[in-house]
Design a protein. Structure first.
Length: 145
């Protein structure tokens, strides 16, 4: 299996305490999402973006992935959450098994979260869309309890 579930990377949790990541929508860091084949091996100890086993350039998808648009973090009950807008790559022929969200503004492109799609997701000369869940305390991709 290429991925070990959905999770925030351990290094990301430490980097939050060091003030490395700024999710403020209008003035924060640039976060990206890169797509990967079933040969990728991401675990909780993943620390940074890598080109190894990233899907090939196709349509509007290119190495490094696409920029995510984030909403300024908010509280959902006692949980802090951050939401991203859905992202699409058009005219793309892609088969991806998962993705890596990372901070392209910080030195070394530090990893934030790994997404396991559960099965291959494919587009053939079409639109490949990643839909993010609502920013709730049990559903947001980035949430701190």
């Amino acid at each position: 299996m290429a991925f070990d579930g959905n999770f925030m990377c351990t290094s990301f949790k430490v980097e939050l305490l060091k003030g490395i990541h700024d999710f403020t929508a209008s003035s924060g860091d640039t976060f990206k999402i890169a797509l990967y084949t079933n040969s990728a091996a991401f675990r909780a100890n993943t620390t940074a973006y890598t080109t190894a086993n990233e899907v090939s350039n196709s349509g509007t998808y290119s190495a490094g992935g696409g920029n995510l648009v984030s909403a300024t973090p908010v509280a959902s009950g006692v949980v802090a959450v951050c939401d991203f807008a859905d992202i699409s790559f058009t005219e793309a022929t892609i088969t991806a098994y998962g993705a890596l969200i990372y901070n392209s503004s910080a030195s070394g492109n530090p990893a934030v979260a790994v997404l396991d799609f559960g099965s291959p997701k494919t587009s053939t000369t079409g639109t490949f869309t990643i839909s993010f869940p609502a920013p709730g305390s049990s559903s947001a991709i980035v949430r701190i309890a």
